[in-house]
Write a new protein. Structure first.
Length: 536
């Protein structure tokens, strides 16, 4: 708050109020009260003087560390004291200030180039003494000498001495068109090369300028598979206006900087064992698959015909076929679903053996994990065999079992891409132990619009019976079996053609009308379903 001295007493005003009263877009320079202008100049001079000598906090130290390593692609701030330029001296071209920079001084003339931040320190003493100067002389003596030297007739006739008074280049009234152009021309290209958008302790109101800017920047970050995180102790009200924000951290900027720097220090102090290789990106998994996974597929000779056909753009797959196979009329491709999961043309493994081989690589990580759920995405044919299901249940209940729970996709032909969203939600939701993990996993599966319609799930957990999650909406898949196409099985034979056409013209939709007697707790074998055409 700032105190203004008038004849009737002292009036206390906020900095925002002072800046609004001195804004050239609201009041002409000749009409601005000199006492109000002196108060705003003094108040804006104090943050500049203090910021140049203030100690750095934890968040400032984090920014300095990131900027030194070239990790900051852009920085949008609502502060006016210029602290960012001191802690990130090499990133000045990446800093965007919403309300201006009070280190830069401008007069009220339209073509004023202003006093740059490196030269404005000479005026700090005069700015801080502006209220005292008003009391003694009744006028402000901090003028823009460059604009005063202009002696054109227009300047003499149009401008007065009050327009030459220097003031910090700060205002709270934002120009929407200017800032949206700044976002499109400067910020978006930088955001498109970023992996993280961090919004720190800045209130975001729906349908405001800040919200529109953040939404555009978030879209650019999401295109690069990045994340948008909001850091604030205040909870966001509702989810619909903030769909572009991926997560919220309920903490302060200081605590965030402190925890990030502590985590970085721990990573730097980790002792790398001699002989260990450091991997970047996805190279780690390629080397694991190539060198550590147990190879069980037989290597077969390449065929020149396959390469020639592939060069011509014909998709093909070659299989070795012997003459005696044709004479004996044996099947060329063996069906091994009764033996387990097929891993080669003529070999299969039981599901438990396949899990042992697959999890051997991550054994140490699984032993140290707090929670270890797994998702098995492969052919669900073996899961129709009760023997394999019982083996999986016994395998999970072993004392040395590496997993807590197992979800198995039961569809025989399933694209793994339909499960990616569900697997991502499970991995983030099950970070901490959940006493009701089965219910949580079921809710995640049934609420997923891709995973649930594409496959049923066999859920197995320690000390629990195997459970099948059946996707069975009664209007389309009663009892888990899809209804046939009604247009192909029902031609409405009992209706005359004229009546049928008139009903269709009236907008009557030809669909299945399904009724059932199912209720909670009723065995599935006792449920009776009746399906009939809605037209006839």
């Amino acid at each position: 708050m700032i105190d203004e001295t008038f004849s009737s007493g002292i009036t206390r005003k906020s900095l925002r109020t002072l800046l609004q009263e001195c804004s050239l877009s609201v009041v002409s320079p000749e009409m601005i009260d000199q006492r109000t202008l002196a108060g705003s100049k003094c108040c804006n001079g104090k943050p500049t003087s203090c910021s140049s000598h203030s100690p750095d906090g934890a968040f400032a130290n984090m920014l300095t560390s990131f900027a030194a390593r070239g990790k900051i692609t852009g920085y949008l701030t609502s502060s006016i004291d210029g602290l960012e330029s001191r802690i990130m001296p090499n990133s000045e071209d990446r800093i965007f200030r919403l309300h201006g920079d009070n280190r830069k001084l401008l007069c009220a003339r339209t073509r004023c180039s202003g006093i740059q931040p490196e030269d404005s320190a000479l005026y700090d003493e005069a700015l801080l003494g502006a209220p005292a100067s008003i009391k003694t002389t009744g006028r402000l003596n901090v003028f823009c000498h460059d604009c005063r030297r202009i002696k054109t007739a227009i300047s003499k006739r149009t401008y007065g001495d009050k327009t030459l008074v220097l003031r910090p280049a700060v205002q709270f009234k934002l120009d929407v068109e200017y800032w949206m152009d700044e976002v499109k021309s400067k910020m978006l290209p930088q955001a498109e090369s970023s992996q993280l958008l961090l919004i720190v302790e800045h209130p975001i109101k729906p349908r405001s300028l800040i919200d529109d800017m953040v939404s555009d920047l978030a879209d650019a970050v999401h295109k690069m598979s990045g994340a948008v995180i909001y850091v604030s102790c205040d909870l966001m009200k509702g989810k619909a206006p903030y769909t572009h924000i991926d997560a919220q951290l309920h903490t302060t900027a200081a605590d965030l900087g402190l925890h990030v720097m502590e985590a970085r220090q721990r990573l730097e102090n980790l002792n790398v064992r001699p002989g260990d290789q450091e991997y970047t990106g996805s190279d780690f998994w390629f080397d694991v698959i190539r060198n550590q996974l147990v190879g069980i597929s037989q290597e077969e000779d390449t065929y020149s015909a396959a390469a020639r056909w592939a060069n011509k753009g014909w998709a093909c797959k070659t299989h070795p076929v012997k003459i005696e196979h044709i004479a004996e009329q044996k099947p060329l491709f063996e069906d091994l679903k009764d033996q387990g999961n097929q891993v080669a043309p003529r070999s299969a493994l039981p599901p438990t053996k396949l899990l042992d081989l697959s999890l051997a690589v991550a054994d140490q990580a699984l032993r140290n994990a707090r929670e270890a759920p797994a998702f098995m995405v492969c052919c669900g044919g073996p899961l129709q065999n009760s023997k394999f299901v019982q083996q999986l249940a016994d395998w999970l209940n072993r004392p040395d079992a590496p997993l807590n729970s197992l979800l198995c996709a039961m569809n025989k032909k399933l694209g793994p891409v339909y499960m990616l969203n569900l697997i991502a939600k499970i991995s983030t939701t099950m970070v901490d132990p959940d006493p009701d993990a089965a219910e949580t996993l079921f809710r995640l599966w049934i609420s997923d619009t891709l995973a649930a319609p594409h496959t049923n799930i066999l859920f197995l957990a320690q000390n629990a019976e195997p459970t099948m999650w059946l996707y069975a909406p009664f209007q389309s898949r009663p009892l888990g079996k899809a209804l046939p196409n009604i247009l192909s099985v029902c031609s409405c034979p009992d209706l005359p053609p004229g009546d049928y056409r008139s009903r269709r013209r009236q907008g009557s939709r030809k669909t299945w009308d399904v009724n059932h007697n199912g209720r909670d707790g009723q065995p599935l074998r006792d449920v009776v379903v009746h399906a009939k055409c809605s037209i006839c």
